[in-house]
Design a protein around this ligand. Structure first.
Ligand code: 6V0
Length: 335
C-alpha cells in the first residue's frame, strides 16, 4: 500500500471499543454485497472495508453510510490502508481477480494464491485473534494457500466452500418439489467448482428421502419426482449456474453475499451451525492435505469439526476424484 492512503467513515470518534468488528477485504461486487447483507441483518456493530482501489472503497463506504439511518446501528469505515482492519473479530476476504465469461475458477488460481500468501500474515498481524473466511476463487485452493502461509490454529482459516452451491441446490429441489426451501435438506460437497458432488443419497424433503418423494412431475403425471434424469439435471444446473449468471450480469454477488453472512453469523454468534465450508482435511488419507467442503460445525473458533457424513460408494468416489483435482492444482501452484 502506497503513501497516499485514504480512510473514510464517521467523523465522530467511537466511544469505547465496538464490541464486534467484521472486516471485508475487497470492495468489489461480492465484498459490497456481503457488507450490505451484514448491514441490513444487523450482523455486526462495526464494519471495515479494505480495497487497494481508494476511490472505489470510498464510494462504497459513503453509499453504505448513507443508508445507516434505515438499518440496525453499525459503524462503517473503509480505506486503502490495511490498518483499517485492525482489531477485527472476523475478516472476510473477497479480494482478487474474478472469473471472466467462459473462464473456470481454477484458471484464476495463480494470481489469487500469490495475493493471499502475502495478505493473510499481514491481516493476522493486525487482528491476531480473528477468524478469517476466504471467498475469493478458486476458494479451496486460495484457502489452502492462506493456511499454509501462517501458523494459525486449524479451523481459524477456512473458505465459504459449497455453502452457496448447496443454497442453489436447495432452491432447485424446492422448486421441483413445490415446498418451501427451508424444508429441503441437501448438500453439495467437494470442490467449489466443476468437480463438486451432490449428496443425493442424504437429500430429504420435509423428512421424506428425495428418492421416495412423490408428486406431480413437470409433465403433470404423478410419481417419483427426483428420478435419475431429474437428479442429474439439477446437479448440472448447480454446477453451471455461476457461468450463466456471469454471462448475464458479469458477476455473482447477491446470493454469495447472503450465504457468506450466514457463515459470519455462525462464527460471531457461536452458533455451532452445520455448514459445508471448505476446511483443511486431515482424514481419511485420500482427502488429507486438501481444502474441500464437507458438512462442518461452525462456531466462534471457526470451522471446528468436520462431520462424518454418510455417502453412497459413487458419491465417495466422486469426492476422492474432487480431492485429486484439487491436489494436482495445489501442487503446481504452491512452491
Ligand atoms: P471484483 O468486483 O473485481 O472485486 C474485487 C475487488 O478486489 C476489487 O475492488 C479490487 O480492487 C480488489 N482488490 C484486488 N486486489 C486487492 C488487494 N490486494 N487487496 C484488497 N483489495 C484488492 O470481483 P468480485 O467481487 O465479483 O469477486 C471477488 C472474488 O470472489 C472473485 O475471486 C470471485 O471469483 C469470488 N467469488 C466467490 C464465490 C464463492 O462462492 N466462493 C462466489 C462469487 C464470487
Amino acid at each position: 500500500v502506497g503513501p497516499t492512503q485514504h480512510t473514510v467513515g464517521p467523523t465522530q470518534p467511537t466511544v469505547g471499543r465496538a464490541k464486534v468488528k467484521v472486516s471485508i477485504v475487497g470492495a468489489g461486487a461480492v465484498g459490497t454485497a456481503i457488507a450490505y447483507a451484514c448491514l441490513i441483518r444487523g450482523s455486526t456493530e462495526s464494519l471495515a472495508l479494505f480495497d487497494t482501489n481508494a476511490d472505489k472503497v470510498r464510494a462504497e463506504v459513503l453509499d453504505l453510510n448513507h443508508g445507516t439511518q434505515f438499518a440496525p446501528p453499525c459503524r462503517i469505515e473503509g480505506s486503502d490502508d490495511l490498518a483499517v482492519t485492525a482489531g477485527s473479530d472476523m475478516i472476510v476476504v473477497t479480494a482478487g481477480a474474478k472469473q471472466k465469461p467462459g473462464q473456470s475458477r481454477l484458471d484464476l488460481a495463480a494470481a489469487n494464491v500469490a495475493l493471499v500468501q502475502v495478505l493473510t500474515p499481514a491481516l493476522l498481524e493486525r487482528s491476531p485473534d480473528a477468524v478469517i473466511l476466504f471467498v475469493s476463487n478458486p476458494v479451496d485452493i486460495v484457502t489452502h494457500a492462506a493456511i499454509t502461509a501462517t501458523d494459525a490454529p486449524p479451523g481459524r482459516i477456512f473458505g465459504s466452500g459449497t455453502v452457496l452451491d448447496s443454497g442453489r441446490l436447495r432452491f432447485l429441489i424446492a422448486e421441483r418439489a413445490g415446498v418451501a426451501v427451508e424444508n429441503v435438506h441437501a448438500v453439495v460437497v467437494g470442490e467449489h467448482g466443476d468437480s463438486e458432488i451432490t449428496l443425493w443419497s442424504g437429500a430429504a424433503i420435509g423428512g421424506v428421502p428425495a428418492a421416495e418423494f412423490q408428486g406431480p412431475a413437470l409433465d403433470g403425471t404423478s410419481g417419483t419426482v427426483f428420478d435419475a434424469v431429474t437428479r442429474a439435471d439439477i446437479s448440472a444446473q448447480v454446477v453451471h449456474s455461476a457461468y450463466e449468471i456471469i454471462r448475464g450480469k458479469g458477476a455473482t454477488n447477491l446470493a454469495i453475499g447472503l450465504s457468506t453472512v450466514r457463515i459470519v453469523e455462525a462464527v460471531l454468534g457461536d452458533q455451532h451451525r452445520v455448514l459445508p465450508v471448505s476446511t483443511l482435511q486431515t482424514d481419511p488419507e485420500e482427502l488429507s492435505g486438501v481444502c474441500l467442503s464437507l458438512p462442518t460445525v461452525v462456531d466462534s473458533r471457526g470451522a471446528s469439526r468436520v462431520l462424518d457424513v454418510a455417502m453412497s460408494d459413487e458419491e465417495r468416489a466422486g469426492l476422492r476424484a474432487s480431492a485429486r483435482t484439487l491436489r494436482e492444482v495445489q501442487a503446481t501452484l504452491e512452491r
